[in-house]
Every structure is written in C-alpha cells, then in structure tokens.
Design a protein around this ligand. Structure first.
Ligand SMILES: Nc1ncnc2c1ncn2[C@@H]1O[C@H](COP(=O)(O)OP(=O)(O)OP(=O)(O)O)[C@@H](O)[C@H]1O
Length: 258
C-alpha cells in the first residue's frame, strides 16, 4: 500500500483583489512532499500574485495558507523563509558583484545559528559554521556541475548558469517547500531537461516543489500533478495527461494565442 500523501503547503479558498478586481479568486491547492506540482496559466492568469500571497509579500483578501498544518496566512516573508519556504524569481536576482560561491552562501545565512557579534568577532563557533557552510555550498556546486565556476562573478555567466545559482541559493536554505517561478524561461530544451532532472532529485529528497511555468512541454514532462489558473480562477487540476486534454484548458490557451 502507498504511504499517505503529506501536503506540506495547502492553500484554501485564497483570494486577492486589487481595487475590487480579483487577481486570484477562491483558489485551493495542495503541494505534497516528495512531488513536483505544476501551476500553469496564460499571461495575467494570477500565477505571480499567488506566489506573492504564499510568500507573505501580499496580504490575502480571504482564505488561508498552511505550512505543515500551521496557518501562516499572517506570517511575514522573512519568517516564512525561516519556516522552510524558499523560492526562485521570474527575473533572476543575484548579488551584483558576488561570486557564484558567495551567492550560494547567502542562502545558508537564513538558517545560521551564530549571532552577529560572534561573526563580527570571528569567534570559533562562527568560523566553524562558516567552514560548514562553505563545504555544503561546494557540495551544491558539485551537484549542479559548477565547481569550476565558484569564483566567477554570477552576473557574468550564461542565463542557464544564473538560473542554477538561484536554485542552489534556494536549496541552501534547506526548504520544506520550493517555489520555482518560471525556472526554465529562456532556456533551450536540453538545458531545461537537465534542470528538470535536478528538480526531480530535489523532490526525491522529500521537498514539496511547486513549479510555476509557461512551458507546457516541460511542465507535462516534469510534474506529477497540475493546476491550471485562468483569469484568477482554478479551471482544472489533475495529471498532466488529463489536464492538457481538458476542453476548458485548451480553450483558455487557444484564446490566449489570438
Ligand atoms: N499590484 C497590483 N495591482 C493591481 N493589479 C495587479 C497587481 N498585481 C497583479 N495585478 C493584476 O492581477 C492580474 C494577475 O496578474 P499576475 O501577474 O499575477 O499574472 P501572471 O499569471 O503571473 O502573469 P504572467 O505570466 O504574465 O506573469 C492581472 O490582471 C494584473 O494586472
């Protein structure tokens, strides 16, 4: 018998209105541990608004967000990150002059136990922590095949590499939930496939992954379950095979192409 699915992130009847106009309207979705769940939708469907609601950057007009069963609807973004929610951005955000290694090390700072003064005074505990972080960061670089680029400036590297740096930084936070906001935008199929393999590896370690994407082919190949947003409402959900044949989904996407 299969083990019961553990929903790490749960949205229940979530809405957000801007000046009375609903950007996200009565949306419910579950993101289970160890799986990649997809959220798709055409331009303006409400995907980014939903991510911002989950990350505590926008307040909910109604509904609730739960993380490991705890209601986090009113929790602010930095505390959510510490509680195990990590994300990558649609527009890559790296430290302007930071090396690849420094960008990844930044992710570890969120879960540092050593205080400011210990670090400032370079106390032994802080130095030991820093050494552990560096070692873990180098292990991530190895996994993403970027060891040779550790000392390169992140912003000078290719788009695909910059996306990988973002992923590593998010994983450095050892998240329970990883939100990936259009992670393969601008990549070719080979680059996307290799990143997709990494996403599956991450999910296999028990992380609940929510993948927000435009690239339908990538989403169907990568996700075990899909949700489809259109004009702020959830119009379909299910396995990629069933969802992509759903007449409402086909109509929403064909309408968006005109
Ligand atoms: N801060 C805001 N103020 C007013 N309206 C907003 C705001 N943010 C989003 N909206 C509106 O909410 C709707 C959903 O936008 P959102 O950016 O969430 O869609 P999306 O699915 O992420 O689109 P895209 O794929 O183009 O990024 C749009 O009609 C948008 O104009």
């Amino acid at each position: 018998m299969n083990a019961p699915v553990q929903n790490v992130l749960q949205l229940a009847n979530v809405s957000r209105h801007f000046g009375g106009v609903p950007a996200v309207d009565d949306v419910s979705l579950d993101v289970p541990a160890g799986r990649i769940t997809g959220l798709i939708g055409t331009n303006g469907a409400g995907k980014t608004t939903l991510v911002n609601l989950v990350m505590g950057l926008f307040h909910l007009s109604s509904g609730s967000v739960r993380l490991d069963g705890r209601d986090v609807s009113l929790v602010e973004a930095p505390d959510l990150a510490r509680a195990g929610l990590a994300r990558t951005f649609q527009n890559i955000r790296l430290i302007p002059n930071g090396t690849v290694l420094n960008n990844v090390l930044l992710g570890f700072q969120c879960r540092r136990r050593v205080g400011f003064w210990a670090e400032a005074l370079a106390l032994p505990g802080a130095r030991a922590q820093e050494a552990r972080d560096r070692e873990a960061a180098m292990a991530l670089l190895d996994r993403f095949e970027m060891t040779h680029l550790a000392q390169h400036r992140g912003t000078t590297l290719s788009y695909g590499h910059q996306r990988r740096i973002e992923m590593m930084r998010a994983l450095a936070m050892q998240p329970r939930v990883l939100l990936l906001d259009e992670p393969v935008a601008g990549m070719n199929d080979t680059e996307a496939e290799s990143l997709g393999r990494i996403f599956r590896e991450v999910a296999d370690t028990g992380v609940a992954v929510l993948l927000i994407e435009h690239n339908m082919r990538f989403v169907s190949a990568t996700c075990s379950y899909l949700y489809v947003l259109a004009a702020g409402r959830m119009i379909a959900q299910g396995t990629p095979e069933t969802v992509l044949q759903d007449p409402d989904v086909v109509a929403a996407y064909l309408g968006a192409e005109q």
